[in-house]
Write a protein that binds this ligand. Sequence first.
Ligand SMILES: NC(=O)c1ccc[n+]([C@@H]2O[C@H](COP(=O)([O-])OP(=O)(O)OC[C@H]3O[C@@H](n4cnc5c(N)ncnc54)[C@H](OP(=O)(O)O)[C@@H]3O)[C@@H](O)[C@H]2O)c1
Length: 351
Amino acid sequence: MLFGPLDPNLLFHFPGWVTVRAIYQQEYGSPQTLALTELERPSIRRDEVRICVHAAGLHIGDAFAVRGTPFLMRMETGWRRPRYGVPGFDVAGVVESVGANVKQWKPGDAVFGACKGSCAELVSAKQDHIAAKPNNLTYAQAAALPTSGLAALHALRNVARVTAGQKVLINGASGGVGTYAVQIAKAFGAGVTGVCSDRNAGLVRSIGADHVIAYDHSDFAAGQQRYDVILDNVENRSLHDCRRVLAPSGILILNSGTGASGLSLLWRIAKPLLLSPFSRQRLRRYLSMPNRKDLETLTSLIDAGSLSPVIDRCYTLDETASAVQHLEAGHARGKVVVLVQSDSETAGTEP
Ligand SMILES: NC(=O)c1ccc[n+]([C@@H]2O[C@H](COP(=O)([O-])OP(=O)(O)OC[C@H]3O[C@@H](n4cnc5c(N)ncnc54)[C@H](OP(=O)(O)O)[C@@H]3O)[C@@H](O)[C@H]2O)c1
């Protein structure tokens, strides 16, 4: 539970923290409905830890949650009004206290992972949804990892089962998921082609793409190259166009939640799944869920030098509405992070 009753024992440790600063909205709406406010400190269940948040990572799903659209999203966030009201699914910070059943973590541990409502000074998280913060990342960098890094890992490792030598195309290579996907596909030994705007071609090359197709003046679906795996984070091309450049037994992973709503969204979700059984080409959708083991896999890739978060912009807590607006514009260059603390350990791209 995010906002529970006061816990008098903890006031001993943090006498000033009867309430915590957080970004909050009462009703679904534009990012302007988000405001800095004081909320009760969150309570923790037996299997949860309470984290003093240093940085919160945002992704496009936060913009969906703020607006309450697509409507399906409300199954998770609340039907009539936001159940939590605080944006942010990704967190990096220091464990402040632990629930009765938590053995893995203790106060003072630096962690990163997934929770609900990370745009707040304190947050509760399930013990299995966090991992030790990579030593060589700042809190801002660590907060940029969980949702997008796991989405890229799960697509390429679990769904596509990418192997060395395969040809992988990432559409939307310069965004939150794309910048991780390019690096992870390279770490798996694939030959990687990234599709992005001309503006971001240098970035995508710098993180390891062997080829870059700038969509401003080239069309990946019109080329002669065939790909074993296409991870489509944009879905701006028809299934027919994508399948034309997919190898005969290749796999197309459709991974965009944007640009459709209502029945057209349902059809967009269902169509590839209905068509897939009639083709050697596999068409897939997937849902990435956080877990500690895979967060640790991301850490191993970071430690091996194969993965590094690309941060577009950092915002302060009271600038969260602008951060969500920037994501909504659809041209984030890597990840967007909210700095909840302002010390040097939190911010920056160097630990
Ligand atoms: N399956 C899951 O569990 C899961 C988990 C997380 C996210 N997702 C989905 O993954 C998708 C991508 O998320 P994200 O966080 O990477 O989004 P994002 O950070 O907003 O990135 C969007 C990127 O798309 C690029 N782009 C825009 N138009 C393009 C075009 N015509 N061709 C190629 N690239 C284009 C932009 O690059 P330019 O600025 O260069 O145009 C931008 O870098 C979202 O739809 C999200 O819903 C799925």
